[in-house]
Design a protein around this ligand. Sequence first.
Ligand code: CUA
Length: 333
Amino acid sequence: MLLPASAARAAAFDLPMAYLESFGPKGQATTPLLWGLIVLSVIVVLVISGLVLFGIWRRRSFDDRLVGHTLPVSRPSGSLGWIYFGLALTTVILAGFAVWTVDVMAEIDEPHGDPRFTIEVSAEQWWWAARYVDADDPSRSFTTANEFHIPVGEPVRILLQSPDVIHSFWVPALSGKTDVIPGQVNETWIQADKAGVYRGQCTEYCGAQHTNMALRMFADTPQDFDRWWADQAAPAEEPEAGTAAVDGQRLFVQRCGACHTVRGTAAKGETAPDLTHLASRTTIAAGMLSNTPGHLAGWIANPQVLKPGNKMPAVELSADELDAIQRYLSTLD
Ligand code: CUA
């Protein structure tokens, strides 16, 4: 059975990108500033539109009165005062927002407590590799892809790097954007104070499939999180003897193992997502498709049709071979 405990999560596949509401100290510091800027922008649009309409109306009645008369050369005095007033008002308001912005940036620069662990994220074309680092016990470190888990109520440090092009890491309900720039490591942190699933997205144009470079951030209770970490750090279980998954494992190692890793097998490729616990994820192809047997088989058979330009080639497989590989991958929970 695929996704044993995740039926409810699968229903959340089409999560919206929420950013007007936030959950956690970093998001909560940023959201009032966002609302402030939205309100200010709306007021500016309304005032300017109103003044333009007023000017049109006033000029029209003025033109009517001009018929048969000559145009006066001089302007009424005192108009310049309005320009000084507008300049002063704009300067004061924008300076106020600049101070507010700098204050928020200072507040969210560092988390309030020391993060217990670090996730080293590599932004790839077009998916996210995530290495969970246990500094005290390296044997508990592991790599996963596209679906992140964090414990509720705790800050987590995130280090961001990219091997080729610029991306940007964004989980709007929890945090602002941090660019991912080749040749340097950018650091940020994230914290959720409410359990749930938060959608994230690459937010810097990075090529053909930029749109399909999503991620999901699961905020788990501390117990669920510790269990998840222990499960992820373990190698994959061997498929049950006598099932199609045994053939699937052999085929997977031969045909897919140069790019993908499944820990505990000879598949040790590092250029594609680590699939050791693929079946524990709710989505595949960086949040593009829900993780169902049909989508998985369709993805393996036609990656370039579903996500043109991505680096996964279509491997020549017979229907039986495809079925066996899909069955094997579905055991990797
Ligand atoms: Cu990666 Cu846009």
